[in-house]
Design a protein around this ligand. Structure first.
Ligand SMILES: [Zn+2]
Length: 216
């Protein structure tokens, strides 16, 4: 159920890969057309405020905005296989591997406001396992895009399924959404949970119980 407008593959020539501003020597170098679009976007938003855009605090804001968004949307430049790099190893046994509370930050595609939270990724391996430090990298590759929480959850599951061919997977995300907290329903403390499961029916009863405990 992959959305064709949201390819799993990263693209090193994607716009977000080209937004970067150098901290030094910016005076002489003209921005690229993509950088210029990011600068214009920030200026257009600021123009709605009727603030003086030349005052000290705002003068370099478009440049800082473009640079920040290069990080916030940096996931487009990172494919799942690039994110895990050389981090796939032979499995040591069939037992559950669970990485819990991986912090992530993402941008709601409906309001362009941040949402953030924790991801839990758990799987029963087949013949391959992933280096533990690679799970947070994989989470970032999908979170640092314009997203909906459900899609990050599903994309993480698909990436782990394709990379490792494990027996079963659970991906669970809990997040707070600024678009809900700052506007609209203004539910300050509500956590949104999303979950995707693969291979559950193939597991032994005691293995299922281990996964269910992580579902909360
Ligand atoms: Zn939203």
């Amino acid at each position: 159920m992959r959305n064709p407008s949201q390819p799993l593959e990263g693209n090193p020539s994607h716009p977000s890969a080209g937004l970067e501003f150098s901290d030094k020597g910016t005076a002489g170098s003209a921005p690229s057309s993509r950088q210029q679009k990011a600068l214009d976007a920030a200026r257009n938003i600021l123009a709605l405020t009727e603030e003086n855009l030349d005052r000290e605090g705002l003068r370099d804001t478009p440049k800082r905005f473009a640079k920040a968004y290069q990080t916030l949307l940096g996931g487009y430049a990172l494919s799942p296989s690039a994110a895990v790099g050389q981090g796939i190893f032979p499995s040591e046994g069939p037992g559950l591997i669970a990485v819990q509370d991986v912090e992530f930050y993402s941008m709601c595609e409906h309001h362009l406001l941040p949402f953030w939270g924790q991801a839990t990724v758990a799987y029963f391996p087949g013949t391959k396992i992933l280096g533990l430090s690679k799970i947070p990298r994989l989470v970032d590759a999908f979170a640092r895009r314009v997203q909906v929480q459900e899609r990050i959850t599903q994309q993480l599951l698909e990436a782990i399924r394709d990379l490792l061919e494990p027996r079963a997977i659970l991906v669970r995300l809990e997040a707070q959404h600024l678009c809900m907290m700052m506007r609209g329903v203004e539910k300050q403390r509500s956590q949104t949970a999303t979950q995707a499961v693969y291979g559950f029916d193939q597991l032994a009863v005691h293995e299922r119980e281990q996964l269910i405990r992580l579902m909360k």
